[in-house]
Ligand binder design. Structure first.
Ligand code: BLA
Length: 244
């Protein structure tokens, strides 16, 4: 269902950037589960280039039961740009949830004006996809912008509205990146290192997919996938508790 989204992203990335593969820890790149009625396959890709230190995306194909396309793009630490976050989900064809955002690292006025305000015109253009749904797992005020697209929708809308919105969001992200001024002050750069790390910790601790990964692939694999690939700069909760 979301394969065209993955293909489009890939095409854009390879056209625009000098990509290198970024290693995925052994055993985490692909997995297949035979636990459910239909086999579930999960596959991930990871790249880097001079401007973007980690580009990772994952596709889950469990037939009608689940189709998921999830992606995060982390700019290099000398750019204070938001992360690009994409989460497109479909469960049993009935429950379709789409989320697209420039995920802000900071919340001060100057930052919002520079990196969030430019999203407003897209949010307005795709008003039907900005549904102000309540968040159960995350705090909408942390690492989400006020102009995120977040919708419960249907397959037709995914094709006719979400796909063009996705292209527009990607386009704006590339524009923002190309006009961004790299930071040179070590202190400023360290602040970004910390903010991106905090994002990983926050996201790993709350990831709504961890139950899904466990149910398909087992708890052990799920934890490894979460802490060694998706959010590799996060420390597992149990480990963090032990070092306190
Ligand atoms: C919700 N994301 C979800 C849910 C799942 C995933 C299973 C819950 C759906 C539900 O039952 O309500 C799935 N999350 C994943 C998968 C991965 C993952 C498969 O990290 C990894 C492969 N989530 C993101 C990113 C964004 C994001 C980058 O990973 C940013 C755009 C958003 N996902 C997001 C939001 C929700 C969600 C806002 C709703 C959460 C809530 O209600 O609090």
């Amino acid at each position: 269902m979301y394969q065209p989204f993955r293909e489009y992203l890939e095409q854009e990335l390879f056209q625009r950037f000098d990509l290198q593969s970024r290693p995925i820890p052994s055993g985490l790149e692909v997995n297949v589960s035979e636990r459910g009625k239909t086999p579930a396959k999960i596959r991930s890709w990871c790249y880097e280039c001079p401007q973007l230190r980690k580009i990772r995306y994952t596709y889950i194909d469990a037939g009608e039961a689940a189709q998921v396309f999830n992606c995060v793009i982390y700019p290099n630490h000398n750019y204070d740009l938001p992360l690009l976050g994409i989460d497109l989900l479909s469960f049993g064809k009935k429950k379709i949830l789409v989320v697209l955002d420039f995920q802000p690292l900071f919340r001060d006025e100057a930052y919002i004006a520079k990196y969030v305000q430019p999203l407003q015109s897209l949010r307005d253009k795709y008003d039907d996809l900005a549904q102000n749904l309540e968040m159960k797992f995350y705090d909408a005020n942390q690492y989400f912008s006020k102009y995120l697209l977040f919708a419960k929708t249907d397959a037709e809308t995914v094709e006719n509205r979400v796909y063009p919105a996705y292209k527009d969001y990607l386009d704006l992200y590339w524009k923002m990146l190309s006009s961004a001024q790299p930071l040179t002050d070590q202190e400023d750069i360290q602040r970004i290192v910390k903010a991106q790390k905090d994002y990983d910790q926050y996201s790993a601790d709350r990831d709504p997919a961890s139950g899904l990964f466990s149910s398909y692939f087992g708890h052990e694999w799920a934890e490894k996938f979460l802490y060694e690939f998706l959010f590799e700069d996060a420390v597992p909760l149990a480990v963090a508790a032990g070092t306190r």
